[in-house]
Design a protein around this ligand. Structure first.
Ligand SMILES: [Zn+2]
Length: 84
C-alpha cells in the first residue's frame, strides 16, 4: 500500500504510514464497518419503532375505550334526560 502523501510503501494492513504517519485509506474495510454500523442502527431503529408502535397502539386502544365510555355516558344521559 502506497502512502498518498509521501508515496512510501507500507504493509497492506498498515493503518498509518511508516514514514510520515499519514492515515492510510482502506476503502473495503471502511465500507464493511460502515455497513455493520448502519445495520445495527437499522435494527435498533426498527426495534424502537416497533416499541413505539406497540405503545401507541396501547394508548390508542385505551383512549378509544375511554372515548366509547364517554359516548355511551353521553348517549345514556341524553336518553334519560332527552325528553324534557
Ligand atoms: Zn507517508
Amino acid at each position: 500500500m502506497y502512502c498518498p502523501t509521501c508515496q512510501n510503501q507500507n504493509n497492506k494492513n498498515a493503518l498509518f504510514c511508516k514514514s510520515c504517519g499519514t492515515k492510510l485509506y482502506h476503502p473495503q474495510q471502511e465500507k464493511k464497518s460502515r455497513n455493520s454500523v448502519s445495520d445495527k442502527l437499522l435494527i435498533i431503529f426498527c426495534f424502537v419503532f416497533f416499541l413505539l408502535l406497540c405503545i401507541w397502539l396501547k394508548i390508542f386502544i385505551f383512549e378509544l375505550q375511554k372515548f366509547y365510555k364517554i359516548v355511551n355516558l353521553l348517549t345514556e344521559s341524553r336518553y334519560n334526560y332527552g325528553f324534557y
